[in-house]
Design a protein around this ligand. Structure first.
Ligand SMILES: [Zn+2]
Length: 227
């Protein structure tokens, strides 16, 4: 396999399909990476598999609708071309028939013809949420059937250790040699996108500390050969 640098990847990628589980994953997790591709001229489309209705934050009666609207505004902030929401159960992707998930993701592939797929790293779904893991695994399987490259957003273990200590969270962190790409990012668009998710981006949350610890870097793993 030819090892391409991230600079080459950014320059050569025309169409990116982002597959995530929840509204806010595209911003809180992938926002700066998505915007890096947009800035280099790629068309980026987002498929979000749930409407995020199971969140305990926000206190809205129709949280699914609120979060859908937030996701669409966040997409605009990131420069995303199109946002598609599926209506699989938030918190329940593990129990959805895999074939149904595959078909929905296949549909997004057919519409957007991506040359690169971007997901959360599947190991523990970065944050331990099973929905993240399932969304990534199914997207990787569909990408493999098309021979399309997949990059997974991941965190360095130096960062997850601090977050685990300070917040008591359980996170998946990787040592440097398992993080294949370090990407220099600017976070202004991501911060605007995070602001769009008003029901979820609560002050004092781990998100802000993570961004502080990551600074102007994000890390990606090459997942293409892992299916
Ligand atoms: Zn999520």
């Amino acid at each position: 396999m030819v090892k391409t640098t991230m600079a080459n990847t950014l320059g050569q990628t025309r169409r990116v399909l982002v597959v995530v589980a929840h509204p806010d994953d595209e911003s809180f997790g992938l926002g700066a990476v998505i915007h890096a591709f947009v800035r280099r001229g790629a068309d980026v489309d987002v498929l979000c598999l749930t409407r995020g209705e199971a969140s305990t934050l926000g206190g809205h009666t129709d949280l699914g609708a609120v979060r859908e609207a937030e996701l669409r505004r966040a997409g605009e902030s990131l420069g995303v071309r199109e946002v598609e929401l599926a209506n699989f159960p938030d918190g329940g992707l593990e129990s959805v028939d895999r074939l149904e998930l595959e078909q929905r993701i296949q549909g997004a592939f057919a519409r957007t013809a991506p040359d690169l797929v971007l997901v959360f790293d599947p190991r523990d779904g970065v944050t331990g949420h099973p929905d993240h893991r399932v969304a990534s695994e199914v997207a990787m399987k569909v990408a493999a059937s098309h021979g399309i490259r997949v990059l997974g957003w991941a965190l360095p273990v130096e960062v997850t250790r601090v977050l685990e200590e300070e917040f008591g969270a359980r996170l998946c962190g990787y040592p440097a040699d398992e993080l294949h790409h370090a990407l220099e990012v600017v976070r202004d668009a991501q911060r605007r996108a995070i602001d769009a998710h008003a029901s979820q981006a609560v002050p004092g949350s781990m998100l802000w500390r993570r961004l502080e610890l990551l600074g102007d870097r994000e890390y990606l793993r090459d997942l293409t050969s892992q299916v």
